[in-house]
Write a protein that binds this ligand. Structure first.
Ligand code: SF4
Length: 898
């Protein structure tokens, strides 16, 4: 849609060359971006009617300024200026160590802004303080004085070091001034409104010596007028809508702009993918995706690349989000934390460690190390790792890996403080020893990272008087990586991911806006920690309002020039509503008032996977069918519970037989505690089936002694062991009292830790066997009692006992106990014994144990019948089950609920 505008611009330029009696190459044309320049060349060729044309010099203003070489001007690179600011802040001790790098960067940005806005500071801190106080409209001086002193002192500290050179921002200003001074060719400017104050001053100065042609911005059509009406604040929107409807009987946006709310990240990415495919099928080639939401963009890119649709990504990501940076930071963190075993395992699993080894060799070492840790317990601290290394032969791969870590860490730890370039040398050396340098250089982001570090080393080599320790160096590195952009320039595609400012004067067949919600669809910047918005305005710095105006102007221009635009956003973020950006909301409201229809359109969601497009619930979850051959013939009580909790969890764990390996545990955890208490009580009751026969002291002494023996299997140096032991010993008198009360009620310990099983026929060919270990069976006058010891929360047990049928456990134990004692009818009680409350409690099921046992058996058989018949096993766990589910990563619940 910009074609005509470019043709008009080309004709104007050609006419100007005639009028000025110059050839086209004698003119400079400033464009907002390189792509706009290409469009202009094409239009000039067409307008000139020639097959070949010598174009004017077309470039952006910064690119033009860069052609000016200023003699004897040293440049102070941003990285070096940040370090100088850091040095000053550190000397003053005004802020915490953690804040020094961010504050140095923030000050650097502020100084650049002052430079770019052609602003200086008064000569004294007092005068600046007064200026600020007036801007703040207050006489309360303390905070203002500090802010004024800080900014003023550091600004002048840099000014007072002319030998350090000028900042790139100041150099740019000087280059512009030189261009204006030596203006020798006519100049033409496209999209002047995007220039900052210094650049506009340059145009004015240039115009004193040469002709400056300012091409008017493209005129909008009815759609632009409509946008202006919607986005102008003032009189009633309703009145404006009525007036608009009189002027324009038909909506200029109908069919040209669609607003689609989606149900989460995945839903937005899928909707975007569907839209792009639809446009490609319609023959639209040049498609822009304007990205305000990087996460969704990442997912969209992956979806598109899955089907070989390539994306030219102009937005890039910060270098610290790349795998290459993560590898370096992981290594430094591991060294700083003195090699905790999880970090060492992570490191070995990464590509950056021992990258010169075969993958299988590395996997064997990792597996061997995991096994070793499982057997011998966790390792922390380099001296402990040395012991592990020595425990393995010199030619053992584990020995070699640990030796390599040792050599790689040595240079980092050999000296406490160093200058930054020295740290960068040491880091390189260390990473080489680790075997990761080669891998980095072969990866695109890794190569950019190495170039960045080498550049920084050069830039910082003459900084004197600043040494940093390892922690400070890591902080610096972190900020340096955050401040660098990684752009993958290998892909050339008409489908581009871009940002709003880079879309100026570009021609697209279709535009998709990603992340157009109120939170994200807004300009970044102008949120400096220095000065509030009104003070910024008073000082002449750009304000949020000005940035917003520019942002709206760019949005309007983009929409106005695109034949079709789809606006996407997520309706909810977590548990909260996520409204559409106010500008689009107002446009839609105006549209409804003027033409009676909304621009909202959900038709695109038909292409989004079911479930994502509806409620964001489990409709998109997996529903596998178990292969008959894989259906287990035996099922434990906990597997039965898993089947009831979530069939998909059962499928993964008990049909496919996948389970997470045991964690390498550093501490005694609650499950260990539970097992120890079970074993203690079993030993105690086997020795003393009837506690009433013992004196209180004797019973307690016996139980205490057995408890000590069991806990002694764990290290008494372990804080957690001692804590769990103390907790149990505290509960012993309560337990003994509960046991005595129980004996009073006629119950007598009969047997513990009983392995039991029961088998049913599912159909003619299949059987299922339920098996389990019963904690305890008591005998009583009315029959048998099956008991399950629990160290968990009593409230949960009460819930489970109330719904024993559903929560399975007691019902299943009742089934097994009946088998053990010789008949369903004999089970008089099924209960949990809650050991964790202030007093030991019996939490028995309300319903008749034989009845719940029969129901439980019947249900188990019918579930297996359905499984053999091919009924799917859906992932439909409740939130509580999902919270502790070990296969959550496989079922990807977080993904399809996103
Ligand atoms: S996370 Fe939830 S839905 Fe997924 S398998 Fe586990 S219990 Fe089932």
């Amino acid at each position: 849609m910009l074609t005509q505008w470019y043709l008009d611009a080309a004709n104007t330029l050609l006419a100007q060359t005639v009028q000025l009696n110059i050839a086209l190459p004698e003119m400079v044309v400033l464009v907002p971006n390189f792509q706009a320049g290409q469009l202009l060349v094409r239009a000039l060729t067409q307008a000139s009617g020639r097959a070949v044309l010598l174009p004017p010099q077309i470039l952006t203003l910064p690119a033009w300024a860069e052609t000016v070489v200023l003699e004897d001007i040293a440049v102070l690179p941003d990285s070096r200026r940040t370090v100088l600011l850091y040095q000053s802040l550190k000397q003053h001790a005004w802020f915490d160590e953690d804040a020094l790098w961010p504050m140095s960067l923030e000050l650097g940005r502020l100084f650049d802004e002052l430079t770019r806005q052609a602003l200086g500071l008064p000569e004294t801190a007092e005068a600046f303080g007064e200026q600020l106080a007036m801007a703040y409209g207050t006489r309360t001086q303390t905070a203002i004085t500090f802010e004024a002193c800080l900014v003023h002192e550091l600004w002048y500290a840099l000014v007072a070091r002319p030998q350090e050179g000028v900042s790139p921002a100041a150099l740019y200003v000087m280059q512009l001034a030189a261009l204006a001074r030596t203006a020798s060719v006519p100049l033409c400017v496209l999209y002047e409104s995007s220039l900052d104050r210094q650049e506009r001053l340059f145009l004015t100065a240039y115009a004193h010596r040469q002709v400056v042609i300012r091409l008017p911005a493209p005129q909008g059509d009815d759609a632009t007028a409509c946008l202006r009406v919607a986005w102008t604040k003032g009189s009633s929107l309703h009145a404006r809508a009525q007036e608009l409807a009189c002027r324009m009987p038909g909506s200029p946006w109908q069919g040209r702009l669609q607003l689609t709310g989606t149900y989460g990240l995945e839903s937005e990415a899928q909707a975007a993918e569907a839209q792009i495919r639809l446009w490609l099928a319609e023959g639209r080639q040049r498609i822009a995706v304007v990205v305000q939401d990087r996460l969704t963009a990442r997912r969209l890119r992956a979806l598109l690349e899955r089907t070989q649709i390539l994306v030219a990504d102009e937005t890039g990501w910060t270098l610290d989000t790349t795998v290459a940076s993560a590898g370096i930071m992981r290594w430094l963190d591991t060294v700083r934390a003195d090699f905790p075993y999880p970090d060492v395992l992570d490191l070995l699993q990464s590509q950056q460690c021992c990258a010169d080894w075969q993958a299988t060799q590395r996997e064997q070492v990792i597996s061997h190390l995991q096994g070793w840790l499982r057997k011998h317990g966790p390792v922390h601290g380099w001296s402990a790792w040395l012991a592990v290394m020595k425990a393995h032969a010199v030619d053992d791969p584990l020995h070699q890996v640990l030796l390599r870590l040792h050599h790689a860490a040595e240079p980092l730890l050999s000296q406490r403080e160093r200058a930054l370039p020295a740290w960068l040398d040491v880091l390189e050396d260390s990473f080489r020893q680790l075997g990761g340098l080669m891998h980095l250089s072969q990866d695109q982001a890794g190569a950019q990272l190495l170039t960045l570090l080498s550049t920084r080393k050069q830039e910082l080599r003459h900084v004197s008087g600043l040494t940093l320790n390892l922690q400070e160096f890591c902080r610096w590195l972190d900020h340096a990586l955050q401040g660098a952009q990684f752009v993958d320039s290998r892909v050339d595609s008409p489908l581009v991911f871009t940002h709003l400012a880079a879309s100026r004067l570009r021609d697209f067949d279709a535009v998709l806006l990603l992340g157009a919600d109120a939170r994200q669809w807004m300009p970044s910047g102008a949120n400096s920690v220095f000065f509030n918005q009104s003070v910024r305005a008073t000082l002449g710095l750009s304000t949020q309002t000005e940035l917003l105006e520019q942002f709206e102007q760019d949005t309007a221009a983009l929409l106005a020039h695109a034949p079709v635009t789809r606006v996407l956003w997520q309706l909810r973020q977590g548990d909260e509503d996520n409204p559409l950006a106010p500008g689009f909301e107002r446009l839609d409201l105006l549209h409804q008032m003027a033409w009676g229809t909304s621009l909202r359109d959900t038709s695109l969601l038909q292409w989004v996977r079911p479930g994502l497009a509806q409620t964001g619930t489990s409709a998109g979850s997996p529903r596998p069918v178990a292969h008959t051959r894989l259906i287990p013939e035996q099922i434990s009580v906990s597997a039965y519970r898993s089947l009831m909790d979530c069939p998909y969890q059962f499928f993964i764990r008990h049909v496919l037989g996948l389970s997470a390996q045991d964690d390498i545990r550093a501490d005694m955890v609650k499950s260990d505690y539970g097992q120890v208490v079970h074993a203690i009580l079993h030993d105690f009751h086997r020795a003393f089936p009837r506690v009433t026969d013992l004196s209180t002291d004797a019973a307690e002494a016996a139980l205490q002694a057995i408890s000590r023996t069991h806990f002694s299997r764990f290290s008494d140096q372990d804080f957690f062991v001692r804590a769990w032991q103390a907790r149990w010993r505290e509960k012993i008198p309560n337990y003994l009292q509960w046991q005595r009360d129980r004996e009073q009620d006629g119950w007598c310990w009969h047997e513990g830790e009983i392995d039991a099983a029961r088998t049913w026929a599912v159909d003619d060919q299949h059987h299922v066997t339920l098996k389990g270990r019963i904690d305890r069976i008591d005998s009583g006058v009315h029959g048998w009692s099956v008991l399950d010891y629990k160290t968990g929360a009593t409230n949960t047990l009460k819930q489970d006992a109330k719904s024993a049928d559903e929560s399975v456990q007691l019902a299943a134990y009742a089934v097994l106990a009946a088998q053990a004692v010789g008949g369903d009818a004999m089970i008089a009680q099924a209960a949990f014994v809650s050991l964790d409350d202030v007093a030991t409690l019996t939490v028995a099921v309300d319903e008749s144990p034989p009845m719940i046992a029969a129901c439980s058996a019947e249900r188990l058989v019918s579930l297996f019948k359905a499984m053999y018949a091919g009924t799917p096993l859906p992932a439909n766990g409740r939130t509580t089950s999902c919270a502790r589910c070990e296969v959550r990563g496989v079922c990807r619940r977080d993904h399809w609920l996103a």
